[in-house]
Design a protein around this ligand. Structure first.
Ligand code: SF4
Length: 349
């Protein structure tokens, strides 16, 4: 039988008279709720395997998630959301939230991958830091139920922070985790979580955010453009969060760095078939041109955009260097064409 009590280790009996520690997979975003949930489950004696999903366009809070995982002493792996996730954004079965955020489908996808990992490592259940009623789209009772079903985790998806308000899961019913020591939080306020974290000496966590970049109108417009005109792999969405973006035609778009840091990042994340364009002395914005075999007019327009956003904007058209990323040594030249403000606004994403 499973042992109970706050400091007992959850054990399951297995044949041959040996006992093994109960394993669970926890989704760790680095936010307070997920860390708190992991701490609650770990303190039940469960061996917690944290999973962190990194967005196709990269993320900045992985470090805090890792720090938090270390602080509470759980293992931690990073899983990449890729082209499968981009196709969910394109056509979510359960629709969008306030902008381009497909929260229900997003969770189904992440939870079902966590479920695959659970089966792979022989864990008993998946848990999350979700709190009933905290988010309007994905954390209402009916959507939490349909996410559990969609992720093929019926009875195996534990929400430790709101467990007392939800039906008991299989690990609770089987005594693998002590339901009495789970919580009954609900609603949008995070005061209780903050107090609990302080009591448990949890200090490393990300501050609550309103949602991911898909809830940002500008980012969403760029993402929609990418989905509509095509992409080669998920890495092409990394640069959507930087620079100025312009659509020149169905086949071609450009991204202009706004400072040195963005210029370097754009080159670092460019596709081998993208073109890089710069003012000859490299003092000005770097431009990435996406699309195959650009004709002279496209190249001249790209060069015109560089000039427009550089210190040379009021000068006569200048010559730019450009090369394909995979052929760095084959540097060519193109003269900018003059572009007026209204054309810029028509192209701007
Ligand atoms: S806000 Fe973004 S990351 Fe969070 S559930 Fe919604 S789509 Fe997914």
């Amino acid at each position: 039988m499973a042992q109970k009590g706050y400091y007992a280790t959850a054990m399951i009996d297995i044949p041959r008279g040996c006992a093994t520690k109960v394993k669970a997979v926890g989704l760790i975003s680095g936010g307070l709720d997920s860390i708190l949930a992991a701490k609650v489950v770990k303190d039940l004696g469960v061996e917690v395997h944290g999973v962190y999903f990194t967005m196709p366009w990269g993320c900045c809070d992985k470090t805090t998630a890792l720090e938090a995982a270390n602080q509470i002493g759980i293992s931690f792996i990073v899983l990449q959301l890729d082209e499968r996730y981009l196709e969910i954004i394109r056509k979510p079965k359960h629709g969008y939230g306030s902008v381009l955020n497909p929260c229900v489908d997003c969770r189904i996808h992440m939870f079902s991958r966590a479920g695959q990992y659970m089966r792979h490592i022989g864990a008993e259940f998946v848990f999350t830091g979700e709190v009933l009623g905290q988010r309007p789209m994905s954390q209402m009772r009916h959507s939490m139920k349909s996410i559990e079903k969609g992720a093929d985790l019926q009875g195996r998806l534990l929400r430790p922070l709101s467990a007392h308000l939800l039906e008991p899961t299989i690990p609770e019913a089987e005594g693998l985790v002590d339901r009495a020591r789970l919580l009954g939080l609900n609603g949008r306020s995070r005061k209780e979580q903050i107090d609990l974290a302080a009591g448990l000496r949890i200090t490393a966590y990300n501050q609550p955010a309103g949602g991911c970049l898909l809830t940002d109108e500008n980012f969403a417009a760029r993402m929609n453009d990418t989905l509509e005109h095509g992409y080669r792999n998920f890495r092409e969405t990394i640069a959507l969060k930087w620079g100025r973006h312009f659509r020149l035609s169905h086949e071609f778009k450009v991204i202009l760095g706004r400072d040195e840091k963005e210029n370097e990042a754009l080159i670092r994340h460019a596709h081998p078939d993208d073109y890089v364009m710069q003012i000859s002395d490299n003092r000005g914005p770097t431009l990435i041109l996406k699309g195959y075999n650009p004709v002279p007019e496209i190249l001249a327009t790209a060069a015109g955009l560089i000039q427009k956003f550089s210190r040379l904007k009021d000068q006569a058209p200048v010559e730019m260097n450009y090369w394909r990323c995979r052929d760095k040594n084959d540097v060519r030249r193109v003269v900018a064409r003059v572009i007026d403000e209204s054309e810029i606004e028509r192209m701007r994403l």
